[in-house]
Design a protein around this ligand. Sequence first.
Ligand code: ADP
Length: 192
Amino acid sequence: MRVVLLGPPGAGKGTQATLLCQRFGLAHISTGEILRSAIKEGSPLGKEVAPILAAGSLVPDALVIELIRERLMKDDCLKGFVLDGFPRTVEQAKALALLLSEIEKPITNVVEVRVDDAVLIDRIVKRGQEGSGRSDDTHEVVARRLEVYRAQTAPVTAYYESVSEVQVVDGLGEVAEIHRRICDLVEPELAD
Ligand code: ADP
């Protein structure tokens, strides 16, 4: 199973990706996590991207596409993977399709987690106050992240609708319940 998880910041993609990976033994690939760990290490990549993440803007396509290309070559991806936070632009989505067509392992499911804007802002600001340690979990930066999402990432959903199918899941409710909804969508015969 090779899943792309779409949805705005704060929709719970990270949480749901983790659960899905545990359940089906998949590799969890989060570009946000890869970038944050580079920042923590203080590597040249980390130094380059730190101000971009802090501002809530997007890291250049070429840079994240290269990170993903390298990540997809690792052995743990052979059993399948969940992409969380990538692709975030149509250019990234097209580059991903090309990479995966070269290895003949196309995406099997595109799942969009939908949540209202008001809920998103609340969730993220709370996460920041509760100590997420993320420089971008503040009121000001959340507004910017949502704006970037609408302008650059919402078109990714339209792109996938035009080339395949997008499975929509309601992201409001208990974590376990949303997990069940996603499992029902991606592997109906395996779900409880
Ligand atoms: P969220 O979905 O809550 O915004 P992420 O961890 O996915 O959190 O992303 C955090 C930040 O990392 C983004 O605001 C952006 O700056 C950067 N980032 C993550 N993934 C990408 C990507 N695919 N393309 C460009 N920038 C990215």
